[in-house]
Design a protein around this ligand. Structure first.
Ligand code: BTN
Length: 240
């Protein structure tokens, strides 16, 4: 546990380099260089959220790593629901939304050989007790916190414990080859399936209907031209 660090993902990366075992978790009360997906900044004010990272060394092929992304989103949504009574939705691959606004996100950083994952760092950020004024103005329309949604402060230690135990359970399911059951739960809680979406993948933009998840957790998109395309990463905008 750190009072302040640059990014908990960086701390874990150093520990991983030094050879620590999987399962290590690092929390920080504040991050000065919190990172989001796609090079975005992640604001991490002191004692307002849960900012933490977990080191995993799963026995998976690199293309199966999306399974872990799906598992962590499912675990996170389940934990938030259990602790707050709110009804979170998942936006593929791993944003957690409440009432259409983002409340938590996961940054998955992987290092792999050609056919085997070496390590995965799961960086989890949950906006727990921020007030609206504590979000930068440009984020206020699209981001929220558990406190804003429930109308009262939420216990960070209780939520942290619940997230870690749910994550532990879903990680075991993946390691036991039981991804299918997890994928069904993910699809049921997912705001993306059945929706018209636009996906930005690097410099390319595709539009279509999100139809399903495949067995590795990739999104199957029926494009506006009628093809079925398999998407394993990108930035999704939900249309309509
Ligand atoms: C996203 O939705 O873009 C992912 C956000 C992930 C933020 C967490 S906070 C803890 C960990 N350390 C970081 O620098 N980022 C992740």
């Amino acid at each position: 546990m750190f009072e302040k660090t640059s990014s908990t993902n960086d701390v874990i990366e150093k520990l991983a380099h030094d050879g620590v075992k999987e399962g290590v978790v690092v929390f920080a009360e504040a991050q000065t260089k919190g990172r989001g997906r796609l090079g975005r900044k992640w604001i991490s004010p002191a004692r307002k959220g849960l900012w933490f990272s977990v080191l995993l060394r799963p026995d998976l092929r690199p293309q199966e790593a999306t399974q872990l992304t799906v598992a962590s989103a499912t675990a996170l949504a389940r934990a938030i629901k259990a602790e707050t009574g709110l009804s979170p939705e998942i936006k593929w691959p791993n944003d957690i939304l409440i009432g259409g606004k983002k409340v938590a996100g996961i940054l998955t950083e992987m290092s792999a050989e050609l056919d085997r994952v070496k390590q995965i760092i799961l960086g989890i950020g949950v906006d727990v007790n921020l007030t609206a004024a504590e979000f930068p103005p440009e984020l206020r329309k699209q981001a929220t916190s558990l406190r804003i949604e429930t109308g009262k402060p939420v216990s960070r230690p209780d939520l942290a414990a619940r997230i870690l135990s749910e994550l532990d359970r879903d990680y075991a399911r993946i390691c036991d080859g039981k991804f299918e059951a997890l994928a069904d739960e993910w699809e049921a809680g997912c705001a993306t399936i059945g929706r018209e979406v636009t996906i930005q993948i690097g410099g390319r933009r595709v539009r279509g209907t999100a139809e399903a998840l495949d067995e590795d957790g990739a999104l199957l998109l029926r494009t506006e031209h009628g093809h079925l395309e398999r998407i394993s990463g990108g930035d999704v905008t939900l249309e309509k």
